[in-house]
Structure formats: C-alpha cells, structure tokens
Design a protein around this ligand. Structure first.
Ligand code: NDP
Ligand code: GDR
Length: 356
C-alpha cells in the first residue's frame, strides 16, 4: 500500500459526533494529521472538538482541519478526497437515532446507506482504492430481532428500523467493494457505546442528565419509553481504539466490538440513582409503571409511550472474541464505571449551567 511518504492522514466523516471527537483525540495522539467533515448548521455544532483545533498553535501543531461537506453531496466528497488524499477514512457520519429514523426514513437511507456508497465511489473516482484504508461504522442494530445470544460476526442479521436497514446496505456495500475492488475496507459492528459526550436524546445520556438535574433540585422526574429493553453498553473511548486497530491489520475483516455484558434500561436508571445515593422502587406495569424514591415515595421515573418504537430491538449482547484474538482488544471501562463517568460529568455540567 502506498502512503503519502510515511505520513498518516485520516479523514473522518461525522467528526463532530461522540465517536468522531474521541477518535480525533486518539489519532492526533498517534501523530496523524486529521481532517474532518462538518455540516453547516445555524448554531455551533463543533462543541465536542473545539478543544482540538481552536488554537492551532497550542493544540496539535495545526494537525487538525475541518471542511464543510455532507454525505448527500457526492461532488464535495470527491473534491475533499482528491485534495486531502487520506491514507485512512473513518465513515462515522450518520443519522444515528433509531427512533428518529422511523420519521426520517428516506433521509436516513440517503445518509447512512447511499452516503456510504457515495464515499466508496468517491475513493474510486480519485483512483485511491488501493491506497486508502476504510472503516465503516456498522452496528449491533443489524442483529435486530436476535436469532442467537450472544451475537458474533456469524450471527444472521434481522434489522428492525429504517436506520438498521440503511446500515445493512452500508455493511454489504463495504463487503462488496472489498471483494470487487480489493479495497482495504472493514465493518466495525459496534454495540452501544456511551460517554459524557453522548447525544442528549439517547437513553443513557437522557437518564444521567435527568438524574443529575433531580439531584440538584432542577427537575422532578424523567420520562422514558421501554424500560425492559436490554443493551450491551461500553465506553466510547475504548471503542474508537478498536476502530483504529482494525485498520492496522494485514487483512481487512469485519469485527464485533462489545463489552459482553447486558443490562436493561431499568438497571441503568437504578445505577444512576444509586450514584446519588437514592434507591428506586418500581410500581405498576407497562405504560402505568413508575419509579419512586424508596425513602420519600416521590415519583422520579414515568413511562411515556411516545418514546416507544414501532418495532423494538429487545436485547443485544455481543461476543468480541474475534477482536481479542486478532488484535488483543478488550474493553477497559465497566458498566458501573461508565455510569459513574457520565453521572459525574452531568452533575458538574448542571451545576455550572442549570439550563444545559
Ligand atoms: P453521533 O450521532 O454522535 O454523530 C453522528 C455524526 O454524523 C455527527 O458528526 C453528525 O453531524 C454527522 N452527520 C449526520 N448526518 C450527516 C450528513 N448528512 N453529512 C455529514 N455528516 C453527518 O453518532 P456517534 O458518534 O454515536 O456514532 C458514530 C457512528 O457510529 C454513527 O454512524 C452511528 O450510526 C454508528 N454507531 C454508533 C454506536 C453508538 O453506540 N454510539 C454503535 C454502533 C454504531 P452533526 O454534528 O452536524 O449532527
Ligand atoms: P439504540 O440507543 O436505539 O440502541 O441505538 P438508544 O439509547 O436510543 O435506545 C436504547 C434502548 O432504550 C430504549 N429507551 C429509550 N431510548 C431513547 N432514546 N429515549 C428514551 O426515552 C428511551 N426509553 C427507553 C429504546 O427503546 C432502546 O431499546 C444506539 C445508537 O447509537 C445507534 O446509532 C447505534 O447503532 C446503536 O445504539 C448500537
């Protein structure tokens, strides 16, 4: 594989998202020049990465560059790849919210499915298919209605949302371009990973923000959807390392990245309240279920059906043995450490800015 001399140049789509920010930090630490694609927005959308590029003299010697672009715009992708000439591309950009994908189904397909195709074709248009390593942000949502537990690279897919269907297309087009054009392209099938930088509408962050506000007297109660669904939650910082490791192997392959532990949404709620020394007891069933503070009886959690999904993924549990055997990846942060990290950060945030 040809590189730009010995230079390592990464292009990250979705750099302003949770994973994009941690991956940028990791690659800058490893000496890469990092280019990221951001979207034009009416408000600032780079808060997660400002610390990495705002002052180029004090941060990373000016090795971080941002460019406007969009996964729905092929010509901008071709232009960026032809000028940046990256050695590695990480495709993290997506309409990544499962529930929202039921409302924005066509847009989700445009960005998550066709967007991936556009990016792969842009690499070929620039004649770089033999020079670029490509990472695709695939997802445990592909397993959907699970046929087997735990899920590994050989478990059949059964997507349960427009998001998962779009990501299924992206998964297979990556496999196809690898086989058809001998591209170094990998799917990372990542299970849920969270952090203090997680988007505010995903369930873990919604819980830690809500419980932080309750602990400071800024809110009474959190409204949630399905408390029974179970997920395999890890820390985003651990998971971006696996993305990088996949691209450092001799042969491009697809890998499951997961913690190997599963918890329900209800258990996440209990752990968050435990962090502020409160015990939650549950009463009622289904839409009538509430979570009350044991000592005061105050209702702290209510179920609101507006957060239910037309089709739900009931449980996900990953088996990351292949990643461990091939390149020694294993998660470092446990479930309770993750809850603690997110709770600590959100309490700090709400103390400084109660409107956050
Ligand atoms: P986020 O939602 O935090 O970030 C998504 C990023 O994609 C943002 O930078 C967003 O930009 C950008 N984006 C959205 N639409 C477009 C578009 N049309 N053109 C260009 N950029 C766009 O997601 P995460 O960081 O959590 O996840 C990263 C990737 O990994 C996603 O593809 C997600 O589907 C996938 N994934 C995530 C998992 C998780 O648990 N976090 C698990 C498995 C897969 P903006 O900031 O402007 O909105
Ligand atoms: P998920 O994450 O759909 O797994 O997708 P999310 O945190 O949105 O939901 C997890 C589970 O919690 C249940 N839930 C709620 N979810 C949200 N968002 N809000 C609520 O109020 C609520 N109450 C209960 C959901 O029904 C679901 O079962 C995430 C995204 O990052 C995807 O991009 C990624 O591919 C997958 O993880 C792996």
């Amino acid at each position: 594989m040809e590189t730009q001399g010995e230079k390592k140049v990464a292009l990250i789509t979705g750099i302003s998202g949770q994973d994009g920010s941690y991956l940028s930090e990791l690659l800058l630490e490893k000496g890469y020049t990092v280019h990221g694609i951001i979207r034009r927005a009416s408000t600032f959308n780079t808060t997660r990465i400002n610390h990495l590029y705002e002052d180029k003299y004090t941060h990373q010697g000016g090795r971080m560059h941002l460019h406007y672009g969009d996964m729905t715009d092929s010509s901008c992708l071709v232009k960026l790849i032809s000028t940046i000439r990256p050695t590695e591309i990480y495709n993290l950009a997506a309409q990544s919210h499962v529930k929202v994908s039921f409302d924005l189904s066509e847009y989700t397909a445009e960005v998550d499915a066709v967007g991936t195709l556009r990016l792969l074709d842009a690499i070929r248009t620039c004649g770089l298919e033999k020079n670029v390593k490509f990472y695709q942000a695939s997802t445990s949502e592909l397993y959907g209605k699970v046929a087997q537990i735990p899920q590994s690279e050989t478990t059949p897919f059964y997507p349960r949302s427009p998001y998962a269907c779009a990501k299924l297309y992206a998964y297979w087009i990556v496999v196809n371009y690898r086989e058809a054009y001998q591209m170094f392209a990998c799917n990372g099938i990542l299970f849920n990973h969270e952090s203090p930088r997680r988007g505010e509408t995903f369930v873990t962050r919604k819980i830690t923000r809500g419980v932080a506000k309750i602990s400071l007297g800024q809110a009474e109660c959190i409204e949630l959807g399905n408390l029974d669904s179970k997920r395999d939650w890890g820390h985003a910082k651990d998971y971006v390392e696996a993305m990088w490791l996949m691209l450092q192997q001799e042969v491009p392959e697809d890998y499951v990245i997961a913690s190997g532990h599963m918890h329900s949404v209800r258990e996440f709620v209990e752990a968050a309240f435990h962090f502020i020394n409160k015990k939650i007891v549950w009463e009622g069933r289904g839409v009538d279920e509430v979570g009350k503070e044991e000592d005061t009886g105050i209702v702290r959690v209510k179920v609101n059906p507006k957060y239910f999904r037309p089709t739900e993924v009931d449980l996900l549990l990953g088996n990351a043995t292949k990643a461990f055997n091939k390149f020694g990846w294993a998660p470092k942060v446990t479930f309770l450490e993750l809850v603690k990290d997110m709770m600590t950060a959100d309490i700090e945030l709400m103390k400084k800015n109660p409107q956050a």
